[in-house]
Design a protein around this ligand. Structure first.
Ligand SMILES: NC(=[NH2+])NCCC[C@H](N)C(=O)O
Length: 663
């Protein structure tokens, strides 16, 4: 592994060098437009030749390093990455004057191969600009001619249509890779490890934790699982709304309702009702309102009995949130808005001093770069801080104190502008540096009911999450009983299956939709056992797991022995098709790294399960006689099942699904 890491580092350095050299070559080439008698021209041309020569040396070094990685038994490299590299090199050799990186896509139909390189058209365009006439098909031919040396993962290349290069994967390469998954497990893709802070869930104290927060919880947790799997150092932050003026009225109301709250814990079970009561008083009673404001000042100045009252109120919500997190198995570190109080004071002073704040009708506002969009309100006209202030203090704390390289915020898409402005202001204030930091606002659409309207109960109230999860459990059990699973499973197994299905389907329904779109919450749909649902996948997985068990002998008891003594052959079309899907795992991971959209992983898992079911329908893994006794077991196929279950397991882990042994 150490060798592997250093080889990758080396490649990365070389790649950087190449980029630098390429840009220099470009600059030098631009010099070619100078008049003939320009003395600089000769120098530049010499420089150009020198750089080109240097580029070739670096490229051949890359090929050597790349070769050593491909031949090492890491068994889990990105196929798209490898093809991209080989094709880009071929482009550079065949068309040295063109600076185009190869684009590799997955073919839309098997007749176009497994992968495709469609760069010939782009290259032809570039050549045209350089006054070289060449059709895309000719370009493709030249490219393929350049690719005569065997590429480890490729069986053959074909030119099709207007100049597409169809790439067919090599079966023996596929067999080796599947064997490697069995021997060494799935190797984590090689990427630079980062310190990432994911801000998600983040409900508000004393207010409803609603389906929007549930979406944030599910998506955020899955993103964390994904990043943790890749080996990043992840801090999961629950940025709860636990500060602000509403605490004034809550504390004032608490003092009246439970005067001895300091010694006896007040029995507030329904904090939302308590909130509503205090709000009614706040809106109708001037004396109460005045007292509420005084309470805020006392709380913010840190007076003990006020802090105590505040904590009591937060505790009620905290407990409610925690039961939801426990049920969904989501881990979070609470660090609410209150955490930033002193930091808000500090950053306001700094922003003032640096001249970033402007007065606007008594408020202090801050514009982002180029004064685009709407400005942040940093200080309200009454001197108070806002949501914007806390996010400015938070971004600074996360980048400077926590030394994060990457910040992710998971909230509804409605907050996109807020975060873009925060990022923009943080750049202006030199807190955020684009060259050093990555920031993402991971937005998502609203949750709708089956009627296409905002998700509400029949009576029009917000749906309580505890009740929603309870309904999930009830409906999951109904489904299991319908399938007569209660007759086969023990009580314990049945409950395990119920929880796995209920929470699994709620999470999966959310994750499998493109998060940018609104999404219709429907228990009926998510509990269907056909189609891209958790139920279908959990059943498929359990079925795959049971195959080895049914084979008995070493298959059931000592899989390692089978792995050590079997050579996988993927002769049947359906075996090969399934294997090719499995081998896309790394590329799916790398895609999600870019766009943090987990529906790609759901589509991938679904594709694995459908490819598996095609394989299982056409290929015997076990043959039985009429009496139902096993007469033949096909070890290679059983191993393909084993590899499939390994890949599925990883994906389920990332999606937060918990498969059960029996279902
Ligand atoms: N750093 C942040 N602003 N995180 C998101 C907070 C979400 C906010 N509490 C809400 O309910 O909408």
């Amino acid at each position: 592994m150490a060798d592997f890491d250093s080889a990758t580092k080396c490649i990365r350095n070389i790649e950087k060098e190449i980029l630098l050299l390429q840009s220099e070559v470009l600059k030098t080439r631009e010099g070619l437009g100078l008049e003939d008698d320009n003395v600089e021209l000769k120098k530049l041309m010499e420089e150009n030749t020198r750089l080109k020569h240097r580029l070739e040396i670096v490229q051949s070094a890359i090929v050597q390093e790349g070769g050593s990685i491909a031949s090492s038994d890491s068994g889990n490299q990105s196929i798209v990455g490898e093809l991209q590299q080989v094709f880009t090199e071929a482009i550079q050799k065949a068309f040295p004057s063109v600076l185009v990186e190869a684009v590799i896509t997955i073919s839309s139909s098997p007749k176009f191969g497994d992968y495709q390189c469609n760069s010939a058209m782009q290259i032809a365009q570039h050549l045209k600009q350089l006054s070289v006439k060449s059709s895309p098909r000719e370009v493709a031919q030249k490219l393929v001619a350049e690719l005569q040396k065997p590429i480890p993962c490729v069986d053959r290349l074909e030119i099709a249509g207007a100049g597409y290069v169809n790439i067919f994967l090599s079966r023996s390469y596929g067999e080796q890779r599947i064997m490697s998954i069995l021997r060494h497990g799935i190797v984590v893709p090689l990427i630079e490890k980062k310190r990432v802070i994911v801000d998600f869930s983040s409900p508000n104290v004393a207010k409803e934790m609603h389906v929007g927060h549930l979406r944030s919880t599910i998506i955020g947790d899955s993103i964390c699982r994904f990043l943790e799997y890749l080996g990043h150092d992840v801090l999961r932050i629950n940025h709860i709304g636990d500060w602000g003026t509403q605490f004034g009225m809550l504390i004032a109301h608490l003092q009246d309702r439970f005067p001895n709250f300091q010694t006896e814990s007040p029995p507030i079970s329904d904090l939302q009702a308590f909130y509503k009561e205090s709000k009614v008083r706040f809106d109708s009673d001037e004396v109460f309102k005045k007292r509420a404001y005084e309470c805020v000042v006392k709380l913010q100045s840190g007076e003990l009995s006020y802090l105590k009252a505040w904590n009591l109120i937060c505790d009620v919500s905290r407990k409610e949130f925690q039961t939801i997190y426990n049920r969904l198995d989501v881990k979070l570190v609470e660090r609410g808005e209150s955490f930033y109080q002193s930091r808000m004071e500090k950053i306001v002073e700094e922003l003032k001093q640096d001249g970033f704040l402007e007065e606007d009708e008594g408020r202090l506002i801050m514009w982002g770069e180029n004064r685009a969009g709407i400005p942040l309100t940093i200080v309200k006209s009454d001197g108070g801080f806002t949501y914007d202030t806390s996010d400015m203090a938070a971004i600074k704390q996360r980048l400077q104190e926590e030394k994060a390289d990457w910040l992710i915020y998971v909230t509804d898409a409605g907050q996109a502008t807020h975060f873009q402005t925060i990022f923009s202001c943080a750049k202006r204030a030199k807190i955020l540096q684009e060259s050093k930091h990555r920031v993402d606002h991971v937005g998502f659409g609203v949750v709708l009911g089956e009627d296409g309207k905002k998700f509400k109960t029949r009576s029009g109230d917000t749906v309580k999450l505890t009740e929603l999860l309870n309904e999930g459990l009830r409906r999951a059990m109904e489904k299991l009983v319908q399938k007569e699973r209660n007759l086969v499973l023990t009580q314990e197994e049945l409950v395990a299956a119920q929880e796995s299905v209920a929470y699994g389907c709620i999470k999966y329904a959310d994750l499998s939709h493109n998060r940018n779109n609104e999404y219709v919450f429907s228990f009926d749909k998510m509990l269907e056992d056909k189609g891209n649902t958790a139920v279908y996948l959990l059943y498929a997985y359990t079925r795959i797991r049971s195959i080895a068990r049914k084979c008995g002998g070493d298959f059931a008891n000592d899989m390692q022995k089978v792995i050590d003594s079997t050579v996988i052959k993927l002769d049947h079309e359906k075996e090969w098709k399934l294997a090719k899907v499995l081998l896309r795992f790394t590329d799916v991971m790398l895609l999600i790294m870019k766009n943090l959209s987990l529906h790609h992983l759901c589509e991938f898992v679904y594709e694995i399960c459908t490819a598996f079911s095609e394989f299982y329908d056409s290929c015997y893994c076990i043959e039985k006689n009429k009496q139902g006794e096993i007469i033949t077991v096909y070890p290679s196929r059983v191993l393909l099942c084993e590899a499939t279950s390994k890949v599925l397991e990883k994906c389920f882990d990332i999606l937060g699904l918990k498969p059960v042994h029996k279902i």
